[in-house]
Design a protein around this ligand. Sequence first.
Ligand SMILES: NC(=O)c1ccc[n+]([C@@H]2O[C@H](COP(=O)([O-])OP(=O)(O)OC[C@H]3O[C@@H](n4cnc5c(N)ncnc54)[C@H](OP(=O)(O)O)[C@@H]3O)[C@@H](O)[C@H]2O)c1
Length: 258
Amino acid sequence: MNDQHAPFDFAGATAVVVGGATGLGLAMAEGLAEHGATVCLVSRSEERARAAAATIAERFGRPCHGCAADVADESAVNRLRDRVTELFDSRVNIAIDSAGINVRNPIDQISLAEFEAVQRVNITGAFLFARAMHPLLRAAGWGRLINVASIFASRSFPFRTSYATSKGAMLQLTRTLAIEWAAEKITVNAISPGPFITDLTRPVLDNPEAYRQFCTNIPMARFAEPHEIVTACLFLSSPASSYVTGAEIVVDGGWMVT
Ligand SMILES: NC(=O)c1ccc[n+]([C@@H]2O[C@H](COP(=O)([O-])OP(=O)(O)OC[C@H]3O[C@@H](n4cnc5c(N)ncnc54)[C@H](OP(=O)(O)O)[C@@H]3O)[C@@H](O)[C@H]2O)c1
């Protein structure tokens, strides 16, 4: 695992990917499995998690586990920690939080419950997951926590109050834990995607005028395919990124530099 000439060889490494049954989380789980990691992917639905894990196991010929947990629920996250402790003998090298939800409305049309639901999944969930994974990352000898934030952590649009607020907080969680865990050989970084073709962006993808308008912000003038997130994940997951912590890798077709 320390061979700088094969930085993406994850043989012997263990990974937990929350949000791993769909979209960007699934693409990252597949990428890690393809490069040799043993992955546990997590969904709110046990059935969805097991089905995605079985497909990965068959495709890459290695064990892959599927677990159910709602990151907004503290006891569910603690049960996930106990399950992963059992599965991976108390050691996790790579923990990825790709769980996220969005509501898109002007502020006077967002109920407190909707606003809080977004914070609960996107930022409280990230906190609960990080806290639960910490002892396992420490025990592994080297650890990687990757939070999937968004360019909405730094850029914004009207009608994104809840989502942009939660993703901005996620970057600060990432930076703070990077400092807190630096002496423990655990790096903590964020990937900030621009727009990707997943269920999360379905409301924009299903509206040709909204899609066209959205693309005017992007120098590459298109949404990305989920597989285009994978190399950022492999880099931040790898022992080869040992001196990268508290960083944000932006994968956005150039939006952030406009
Ligand atoms: N697509 C984009 O353009 C884009 C851009 C910037 C950032 N992102 C971020 O990328 C991440 C992945 O999103 P995606 O685009 O891949 O969309 P997605 O396919 O809808 O994925 C969202 C994931 O979040 C999981 N999730 C939602 N609520 C959860 C909860 N309470 N507990 C556990 N898991 C929960 C879902 O898992 P289950 O439904 O299986 O439970 C699902 O796998 C999100 O954090 C999103 O904010 C996406």
